[in-house]
Design a protein around this ligand. Structure first.
Ligand SMILES: Nc1nc2c(c(=O)[nH]1)N[C@H]1C(S)=C(S)[C@@H](COP(=O)(O)OP(=O)(O)OC[C@H]3O[C@@H](n4cnc5c(=O)[nH]c(N)nc54)[C@H](O)[C@@H]3O)O[C@H]1N2
Ligand SMILES: Nc1nc2c(c(=O)[nH]1)N[C@H]1C(S)=C(S)[C@@H](COP(=O)(O)OP(=O)(O)OC[C@H]3O[C@@H](n4cnc5c(=O)[nH]c(N)nc54)[C@H](O)[C@@H]3O)O[C@H]1N2
Ligand code: SF4
Ligand SMILES: [Mo]
Length: 897
């Protein structure tokens, strides 16, 4: 029976509504955008559209495991509860910790936090939001007295100017970005400015790009405040009536354009233009994300931006205001429940004795924590040092995503008791768990999430749970009950938790706290199931929710006035030096989500960027002897990785960029967290993930090549490998430092997946040219194929790299070869092609996939442009459909034009 269910996308903080046609019998989904959802009005990006491909059961964690052995829930839960109790008895409550995540639903998050802070009695519950939103949280608190995002998405259409600061929204918040693009198309006067050291695809719609020196944003915004004052562009009445601390902030921001241009290494005229535009428009929005937050002075940068909005009174009204873009689907919900270690619950925290007492009264507990716990980086240091002896990790992959990730790995290896709740069996973090708890994932779990604009939406179950997987809230409450807290955790369903969360938000609130959803406190299950996306606050004053806060000029500080913060800019803590002369910047790609546990299952999403890479400016490539498309080793003081070099002038000289996504599950040496310095902001404790000094050098393999295989292979690992799941095949990109004795033996060992069938082998060897090719054919069907480009053994070592590199360039394109796996019977010409490496006549080589939605390759687009004389991306769209769904490949299509 097919049914259609409305739910929410589990990826980014845009929080798009999804309409899912569910085919239960075949465990299949047809995904489309929910046209009634105000976050997306029916649009989805490539990741959201591909959700139907991520629900397969292969690779899922389906049964609890203790010490590697599958077991019952009863045994696993007993063990977790008993172990936590015994550690607490022996070492105290602060020797245990929970490390949660913005992947959790609000209900899951609420009970995890309540357990740790309310009943175990330790502040040691922190979350991956520490790596993500905590500088924004801290900046909001300082300025507004509350962690509030004042505006909403509707402001995009009303703005006169939108500034993207440290945000690559084109890839990271694609549906919002497309909305901004549409706003600009409707109103060409809308000015768009991008502030980012990299020229990202977000610059595609920008009138101005300011490629400032890494980490210098506070100088730029101090300079803006100074400029606004010099130009009499301040709103003095607003400053007087609604703010405090202006004079000190202005005096501290005493830098002129000349000085700013020098410090930020920007063109003075460009800078002047930006300042003039900001001063000349009333409706300005500043959208910022990790280029601001992930910094040792992230909180100050947030406040330097907010200062400029307070100074011009451009906040709380339509079309204007500072707007922190939330990362994860429920990072906002996590902040509501108090998931960060310095928070308590419902926007109350440990800084107020009244709050602590109030929450204790509400929870009816005598054991509430009295002080903040360890924030993420410190938490893993404490585990490393043996101060925290038992940790429960839920919905996050810290062995990849935390800075100094090799130390994090060691910390978990040395930890007495590690519990991991995840929906995927094999991750870099589950590999280190003593107890593995299978959580229901998206499409099974049920609850609420809150997006960037404070909008609460329902995530609904689409299927019955897979195997023995349970909802996170259930797992947590079961452990809580076993620890002796039956009464406080006696929930039967998520709605009961949601009601309690809503009641706490209104408890003794009286307008004192921004987060108030008390209108939901008595919600029936029926109403919860039908809950329409609603922006908080939702209370007596605003029963339908509220789009904008601070429209009345009232803030949540003691005086009711917003606070200017005097900001003295600080540079990143570790500057580049002689040994590590380059700045490593890290971030996201369009089609992958974080540590790839789900997106890499969707073949479609692996085509855009298949391998870990490093973007290098041409000048640096030359200085360090790097060849485009070759491999390089990147090293910091903390760790190293290998990535493929992409030479591009979108980087600033002296800066390199690597994507954050690859893990040990998909690449031998692609885990970038190992390199990142674990420096944190002293106020927000957010790590400086965008700035680590590194060096780079060519990686010189004796051979490179690839395997395509119908089945997943257990590889006799060469030195470098990357695994890419494709539509019909697994693709392995390979390189080795030394040549095997015998390629034939090597191929027999590596290409065999022991399926019992008798394979037919086809081989071609030309040692002088360094070529080896083999295909394994079973029943006339292609099972696997390998192409190797090796150094001729006669070559001196120094000539290897260049030689191997040139030969690698001649390896065939993977795409047409992949097509051969679809054939039920190989024809003669196709068998030939396997030996020659040239596509059979009539088979098109489409090149790298540009449009993931419609699977359109670079070469197809180039050919159409050439042959049909296409001039615009719209014409390409009409001809090939490319770029017409989510639109996130439009910048790449434009580049091809
Ligand atoms: N496709 C995809 N989308 C995602 C995610 C994903 O994994 N994949 N993750 C989601 C999450 S959790 C988050 S937090 C968001 C993050 O969304 P974004 O913050 O937009 O993404 P990032 O790529 O981490 O970083 C943004 C930009 O900051 C720039 N930057 C680096 N240093 C500086 C600096 O000193 N100043 C300025 N101004 N800019 C700098 C980088 O060059 C980069 O282009 O994305 C969300 N959306
Ligand atoms: N160098 C560098 N480091 C970074 C960043 C960066 O830009 N640069 N960005 C940082 C940011 S902003 C973020 S948000 C983090 C993200 O980093 P992580 O949180 O480590 O990344 P994810 O891959 O999202 O991890 C989520 C895990 O939860 C599992 N999961 C998914 N759904 C559920 C569920 O419902 N229940 C449970 N129990 N598990 C589930 C997934 O399989 C996966 O293993 O990385 C941070 N680290
Ligand atoms: S923009 Fe894409 S990833 Fe983000 S919520 Fe929407 S569909 Fe999901
Ligand atoms: Mo994030």
């Amino acid at each position: 029976m097919n049914k259609t269910i409305q739910t929410t996308c589990p990826y980014c903080g845009v929080g798009c509504g999804i309409s899912a046609k569910v085919d239960d019998a075949h465990h299949r989904l047809k995904i489309s955008g929910d046209t009634s959802h105000p976050a997306n009005f029916g649009r989805l990006c490539s990741k959201g559209s591909a959700l139907g491909e991520t629900i397969e059961l292969k690779g899922r964690l389906l049964q609890p495991k203790v010490y590697g052995r599958e077991t019952s829930w009863t045994e696993a839960l007993d063990l977790v509860a008993d172990s936590f109790i015994s550690v607490i008895d022996k070492y105290g409550a602060d020797a245990v910790a929970i490390y949660g995540s913005g992947q959790l639903l609000t209900e899951d998050y609420y009970v995890a936090n309540k357990l740790m802070k309310g009943f175990i009695g330790s502040g040691n519950m922190d979350t991956n939001s520490r790596l993500c939103m905590s500088s924004s949280v801290a900046g909001h608190k300082r300025a507004f007295g509350s962690d509030t995002v004042p505006g909403c998405y509707e402001d995009f259409e009303q703005a006169e100017m939108i500034v993207l600061i440290g945000s690559n929204a084109a890839w990271c918040h694609p549906v919002s970005f497309q909305r901004i693009r549409a706003a600009k198309e409707a109103n060409p006067a809308l000015k768009i400015v991008v502030i980012d050291p990299r020229r990202t695809v977000s610059c595609d719609i920008a009138d101005l790009h300011l490629p400032l020196a890494s980490g210098t944003d506070a100088v730029l915004f101090n300079g803006l405040l100074h400029f606004l004052s010099e130009q009499n562009a301040l709103d003095s009445a607003y400053i007087e009536a609604h703010t405090e601390g202006f004079v000190e902030a202005l005096n501290t921001a005493n830098v002129d354009i000349e000085q700013v241009a020098k410090a930020c290494r920007l063109n003075k005229d460009d800078l002047h233009r930006f300042y003039q535009w900001f001063a000349g428009h009333e409706k300005v929005m500043s959208l910022y994300s990790q280029g601001i937050n992930q910094s040792s002075s992230g909180t100050d940068k947030v406040n330097a931006i907010i200062n400029c909005h307070l100074a011009t009174g451009s906040i709380g009204k339509p079309g204007m205001g500072p707007f922190s873009l939330t990362g994860q689907p429920n990072a906002m919900g996590g902040r509501e429940v108090g998931g960060l270690s310095h928070q308590l619950a419902a926007h109350m925290d440990f800084s107020s004795a009244d709050d602590i007492e109030r929450v204790a009264r509400f929870w009816n507990t005598s054991n509430i924590a009295q002080k903040p716990g360890y924030p993420a980086v410190e938490l893993f240091d404490a585990i490393y040092d043996g101060k925290v002896k038992a940790v429960w990790i839920m919905g996050t992959n810290p062995v990849v995503s935390l800075p100094n990730a090799d130390k994090v790995k060691q910390a978990l290896q040395g930890c007495e008791f590690v519990v991991v709740s995840d929906c995927i069996a094999d991750t870099d973090t589950t590999a280190l768990a003593h107890v593995l708890l299978p959580a229901q994932g998206w499409s099974e779990k049920d609850g609420t999430v809150t997006n960037s604009e404070r909008r609460i939406s329902r995530q609904r179950a689409l299927f019955k749970p897979a195997g023995g997987a349970k909802p996170d809230w259930w797992i947590i409450t079961q452990v809580a009950r076993r620890m002796g807290f039956e009464q406080a955790f006696h929930y039967q369903s998520p709605v009961e938790i949601f009601r309690e969360h809503a009641a706490l938000s209104g408890f003794e609130n009286n307008g004192l706290r921004d987060f108030d959803i008390s209108a939901f406190a008595n919600m029936s299950r029926h109403d919860y199931d039908r809950l329409q996306p609603t922006q908080w606050p939702v209370n007596q004053a605003y029963p339908q929710g509220r789009a904008r806060l601070f429209d009345d000029g009232k803030f949540f500080t003691e005086s009711g006035k917003a606070k200017f913060i005097a900001v003295t800019p600080r540079l990143p803590v570790n500057p580049p030096d002689q040994d590590y002369p380059l700045i490593l910047n890290t971030g996201r790609l369009r089609d992958q989500w974080h540590t790839m546990t789900r997106t890499a299952i969707a073949a479609k999403l692996n085509q855009h960027k298949a391998e870990p890479f490093v973007e290098v400016h041409p000048v640096d490539a030359q200085s360090y002897g790097l060849v485009g498309n070759s491999l390089a080793t990147i090293e910091s003081h903390w760790g190293s990785m290998i990535a493929r070099v992409q030479i591009t002038d979108s980087q600033l000289p002296g800066n390199v960029f690597v994507p954050m996504h690859w893990t040990e599950q998909y690449a031998s040496r692609g885990r970038m967290g190992a390199l990142v310095n674990s420096i944190v902001d002293p106020i927000s404790n957010q790590p400086e993930s965008k700035h680590t000094p590194v060096r780079i050098k060519a990686y010189q393999p004796a051979w490179q090549g690839f395997i395509l295989s119908r089945g997943e292979l257990s590889m006799v690992a060469p030195d470098y490998w990357v695994k890419v799941k494709g539509e019909q095949v697994y693709r392995y990109e390979l390189a080795g430092l030394s040549l095997p004795e015998n390629w034939q033996e090597w191929a027999q060992k590596n290409l065999s997946d022991n399926d019992g069938a008798t394979p037919q082998w086809q081989e071609y060897q030309d040692p002088a040219q360094g070529n080896y090719r083999a295909a394994r054919i079973v029943n006339n069907q292609l099972e696997s194929v390998v192409f190797i480009a090796a150094a001729g053994s006669a070559l001196p070592a120094t000539a290897w790299m260049q030689e191997v590199e040139q030969r690698r360039e001649r390896l065939p394109e993977r795409n047409w070869l992949t097509g051969l796996f679809a054939k039920t019977e190989l024809e003669k010409a196709e068998r030939m092609a396997l030996l020659t490496g040239k596509p059979p006549v009539g088979v098109a080589d489409v090149g790298t996939i540009v449009c993931a939605c419609f699977n359109v390759g670079e070469k197809t687009i180039q050919a159409a442009i050439r042959e049909k004389g296409l001039k615009t991306h719209q014409e390409v769209g009409r001809c090939l459909k490319a770029g017409t769904n989510c639109g996130s490949c439009v910048p790449e299509i434009k580049a091809l034009l």
